[in-house]
Design a protein around this ligand. Structure first.
Ligand SMILES: [Zn+2]
Length: 161
């Protein structure tokens, strides 16, 4: 038996395995470091064969994340939806060289489900998340930590008008 939260990728695909669950922030360390808060990311992982008959993992995930706005440094809520099909591939070189639209992951016998989910959630996040319109006057709670980047972004925004 494999450990909970760990799958043998090819076996899971061959067996048509299915796993559902919710990951809390304690299982999503890279997201936690962003920083980012969430009450949980729900996922649904299915093993099977893709259109070309290769073993693959279908992954759906969704969750509401609270990140830091890169303009005003206030909290920003983002609803993330992931729906991907990942072809399992044993050869990292092939993945690096493949010149097609297929998403691939390296198939191992101990693939950590939480990491797979976290990878895809991170890919689904914007690189520099910002409010559409920042509530600049919302800082009545006191002076906020300002990063140089945040100050610059704020100046830029005023210039744009
Ligand atoms: Zn903002």
């Amino acid at each position: 038996m494999s450990l909970p939260g760990v799958i043998d990728g090819l076996q899971f695909a061959r067996d048509g395995g299915e796993l559902r669950g919710t990951l809390g922030l304690e299982r999503l360390s890279r997201l936690a470091e962003l920083p980012c808060k969430t009450s949980g990311v729900e996922y649904w992982l299915r093993g099977g064969l893709n259109r070309t008959g290769k073993p693959s993992l279908g992954l759906k995930a969704s969750g509401r994340l609270e990140v830091v706005c890169q303009r005003c440094l206030g909290p920003l809520l983002i609803d993330v939806e992931v729906d991907v099909e990942l072809e399992l591939c044993a050869d990292p070189d092939f993945i690096a060289q493949a010149d097609d639209e297929v998403d691939r992951v390296i198939a191992t016998r101990d693939m950590r489900v939480a990491e797979l989910v976290e990878d895809e959630v991170i890919l689904a996040l914007p690189e520099a998340p910002k409010h559409e319109v920042c509530d600049i006057d919302g800082s009545i709670a006191g002076p906020k930590k300002q990063s140089p980047f945040g100050v610059l972004a704020g100046l830029k925004k005023r210039d744009d008008r």
